[in-house]
Design a protein around this ligand. Structure first.
Ligand code: GLN
Length: 527
């Protein structure tokens, strides 16, 4: 079922196989109709992750990139909508040469072709495929059918791993295996026999239960992997390896490890578990309140990037979620920002919470509080500066107000046409674009190079008509896109760390390779 860590499990197995000397890539299959995650509400679906080649996909793709330390591309993300769209386009282009195109086998065949393309693109030894949803539900049936057919076509090259939940009802305090027994039977009825079972639970799986599951589910005992909850997701590969999962997988393919190299990862986990000193970071957002729960999935890449940067300084990030709207109602609340070492204003869309975020930015600028703005965070930083330093009192963004004298953040001309035609899906400025850094800025020192490439997801931009006025008053344009002369990074002169980027640096941060802007932000915060 969803939420038990299939993504982290997939990513962790990938990391393990990579550590044994193999080239690995991973594919996420989401059974919903949406063509991509770009149009989904982040509170409901979590973060929209963006790849270098510009797909807006599920946050698990971010987990793959973070764990594998490899880039993931378009063919590594499938949804029902995406697959059907590809088949329908092919049919319209006469690629099926006039024959009747059918749900089975044409849809599963398209899935199989996509899997093969994804593997070929990066010359992978292993392609890990995560099929979302629950065994037995209607939505993922065609993907399971594709998996069955793939195994039939390549019997020696396909292995199935079932990630299953083992509840421990608090009333009896005993771990139950029955749901897994039923899951395997349901999977069997789809023509699939799992080769391994990952036992997700609050507790480790004990010997008697391993024996029982092995017996009832037709899986060797050594292939039932205990996967209890852990404090940090980065511990999962280490935990899996304790159960020898990597070599078990290789053995089934008749392979031997070429090397064994999880040491750096192991050292990182040891450092995390050593309870290092915290660094207190406040993140001001609006996509985390859902009913009586706080869900932080909408900001997962930001959270992980902060953690990675803290790890680099032997610290543990302690993140507090600050709701932007409360500063609008009660500006006195801004005082609480004093208790944080640094503040982040991340990406976002629409009017809600805007004025509260602008107040936070003003506070950080005036009180020399280390500040990092991401995408919308840059746009609001420029608006704040225009209003409070340059004197354009009505400064705003075309996203919030179409009629204002001073539209400091404007919609790009090509975007205007798309919005008018209601073409919202997959049409933002997406994926990697170059940025030239200005010498002598915090950003150029952080990266230690002149040109960088970073990932984008936005429709609005700094209006170049105001650049001179902003610069005159002490705003530094620290990064520019060379092709279109677009503002990519701003800083504030004389501030210890006030950096905001139009791109999303969080998408490129990796646990053993933290992003330079986050790394320097945390350094300033610690100082
Ligand atoms: N809403 C803004 C835009 O579309 C910022 C987007 C973001 O933060 N990702 O330009």
């Amino acid at each position: 079922m969803s939420g038990i860590g299939k993504g982290i499990a997939t990513a962790s197995i990938g990391r393990i196989l990579k550590s044994k000397g193999f080239k690995v890539t991973a594919i996420k299959i989401d059974p919903y109709i949406n063509v991509d995650a770009g149009t989904m509400n982040p509170v409901e679906h979590g973060e929209v992750f963006v790849t270098d080649d510009g797909i807006e996909c599920d946050q698990d793709v971010g987990n793959y990139e973070r764990f594998l330390d490899e880039n993931i591309y378009t063919d590594n993300y499938m949804t029902t909508g995406r697959v059907y769209q590809a088949v329908i386009n092919r049919e319209r282009n006469l690629e099926y040469q006039g024959r009747c195109v059918e749900v089975v086998p044409d849809i599963p065949n398209e899935v199989i072709d996509t899997i093969k393309r994804a593997g070929k693109k990066v010359k992978a030894d292993f392609v890990l495929i995560e099929i979302g949803g629950t065994v037995g539900e209607y939505q993922n049936m065609l993907f399971l059918e594709a998996a069955r057919m793939l195994k039939l076509q390549h019997p020696k090259d396909v292995l199935f791993i079932l990630v299953s939940y083992f509840p421990v009802p608090t009333i009896i305090g005993e771990m139950k295996t029955k749901p897994t027994q039923y899951a395997v039977r349901t999977l069997n009825s789809a023509g699939i026999q799992p080769d391994m079972i990952l036992a997700r639970s609050v507790l480790p799986l004990d010997e008697p239960r391993k024996r029982k599951v092995s017996n009832f589910c037709n899986v060797e005992k050594e292939d039932i992997i205990s996967a209890p909850d852990v404090k940090s997701v980065y511990e999962v590969p280490i935990n899996f390896e304790k159960e020898n999962i990597g070599n078990r997988i290789l053995k089934k393919f008749g392979l031997k490890p070429k090397q064994s190299n999880l040491k750096e990862w192991d050292d990182l986990v040891k450092m995390i578990n050593d309870s290092p000193k915290p660094v207190e970071i406040g993140i001001v957002g609006k996509y985390f309140e859902t009913g009586s729960f706080t869900l932080l999935d909408s900001y997962i890449s930001v959270i992980e990037a902060v953690k990675h940067a803290a790890f680099a300084h032997n610290r543990k990030a302690k993140i507090t979620w600050l709701s932007a709207e409360k500063y609008e109602k009660n500006p006195d609340e801004l005082k609480e920002l004093d208790s944080f070492a640094g503040i982040i204003v991340p990406g976002g869309f629409g009017n809600r919470g805007i004025e509260g975020k602008i107040k936070v930015i003003e506070y950080c600028r005036k009180n020399k509080k280390p500040f990092l703005g991401l995408c919308l965070g840059l746009q609001l930083s420029v608006i704040e500066f225009a209003r409070n330093v340059c004197g354009y009192k009505d400064a705003t963004s075309a996203e919030f107000k179409q009629k204002s004298k001073n539209i400091i953040i404007d919609v790009m001309p090509e975007q205007k046409v798309l919005l008018k035609e209601k073409k919202y899906g997959g049409t933002m400025r997406l994926g990697a674009y170059d940025c030239n850094l200005t010498e002598g800025t915090i950003s150029s020192r952080a990266y230690g190079k002149k040109q960088i490439s970073e990932r984008h997801r936005h429709r609005y931009e700094v209006n170049n008509d105001y650049r001179e006025a902003l610069e005159k008053k002490g705003m530094l344009i620290a990064g520019l896109n060379p092709e279109k002369d677009l503002v990519e990074i701003i800083e504030v002169k004389g501030h210890p760390f006030f950096v905001a980027s139009q791109f999303h640096p969080e998408f490129k941060s990796r646990p053993l390779n933290p992003h330079p802007l986050f790394r320097e932000f945390i350094k300033a915060a610690i100082k």
